[in-house]
Design a binder for this molecule. Structure first.
Ligand SMILES: C[S@@+](CC[C@H](N)C(=O)[O-])C[C@H]1O[C@@H](n2cnc3c(N)ncnc32)[C@H](O)[C@@H]1O
Length: 249
């Protein structure tokens, strides 16, 4: 039995049914390097946030009420740390399930000397549900999510209606959901899902020049760092699609 067979997980639990939720990731038990372990040991107490803490108050956590940028699935954290370093007037929150990635992120954050970044090591779906207050986020970013290439795996793609509506409730009105992918079929899927969702508009036409008034993709904004992986892709002639939707209601 899967989540889709029931209106809500709560309803199923009330009926005493076991629910197997479809995850957007497969937990890899990769080994931690010494550096990643050391970074976790030294910096988790200052940079880590726990699912068990429940609803989080960002003003308390960061000591200011700067805009909050939430990144889902930050990998090793390279672009997240660079963004945090380049925008000290914003607060950054990263969510990642892969522990070595979290360790790597803490290590680079420490090297970069950023103090406007906190991270969760947990499933983003559950963090959104249990820890993030409604209308508390200015920007949500989802860069290069696992594409789940095979058709039979498409249900694992994180961009799905229920997930998007959860993001919508966490975004402030006017807040932006920024996606990027190097997989054209996933870009098309993102547009298809987002265009059907209530409460969002694609802002490509607002951002791009008049001659591109009907475009659905935006140019990579300067604030999204070009990763090594992406640079390599460019050299090989691969495309990357940036997509931005604004919460309007
Ligand atoms: C293809 S990687 C991209 C990483 C990074 N954004 C980048 O551009 O290099 C996707 C990442 O999303 C993470 N991920 C997938 N589903 C997630 C979820 N539900 N919650 C948190 N992280 C997730 C995976 O562990 C993986 O590190």
């Amino acid at each position: 039995m899967t989540e889709q067979d029931h209106k809500t997980i709560e309803q199923a639990k009330a009926e005493g049914k076991y629910i197997r939720t479809i995850k957007s990731f497969v937990k890899r038990e990769g080994r931690l390097t010494k550096g990643q372990q050391a970074a976790l040991d030294q910096h988790w107490s200052t940079m880590g946030l726990e699912h068990a803490q429940g609803l989080v108050n960002f003003e308390q956590v960061f000591g200011n009420n700067n805009p909050v940028v939430l990144e889902i699935g930050f990998g090793m954290g390279a672009s997240l740390v660079e963004m945090a370093k380049n925008a000290p007037d914003k607060n950054f929150v990263g969510i990642e399930v892969h522990l070595p990635g979290v360790g790597a992120c803490l290590s680079s954050a420490n090297e970069a000397g950023v103090d406007n970044l906190k991270v969760y090591e947990h499933d983003a779906v559950e963090i959104l549900r249990d820890c993030i207050a409604d209308q508390s986020i200015d920007t949500i970013q989802l860069f290069f999510p696992d594409p789940w290439h095979k058709t039979r795996h498409h249900k694992r793609r994180i961009v799905q209606s229920a997930f998007v509506q959860s993001l919508r409730s966490k975004l402030k009105i006017g807040g932006v959901f920024h996606m990027a992918t190097d997989w054209e079929n996933y870009a098309e899927h993102m547009i298809e899902v987002m265009d059907q969702e209530e409460g969002f508009i694609n802002i490509a036409s607002d951002i791009n020049s008049d001659e591109n008034a009907h475009s659905i993709f935006v140019e990579r904004p300067e604030h999204r760092p070009l990763t090594k992986f992406e640079q390599r892709g460019h050299r090989l002639g691969h495309g990357v699609w940036d997509i931005m939707y604004k919460r309007v209601s």
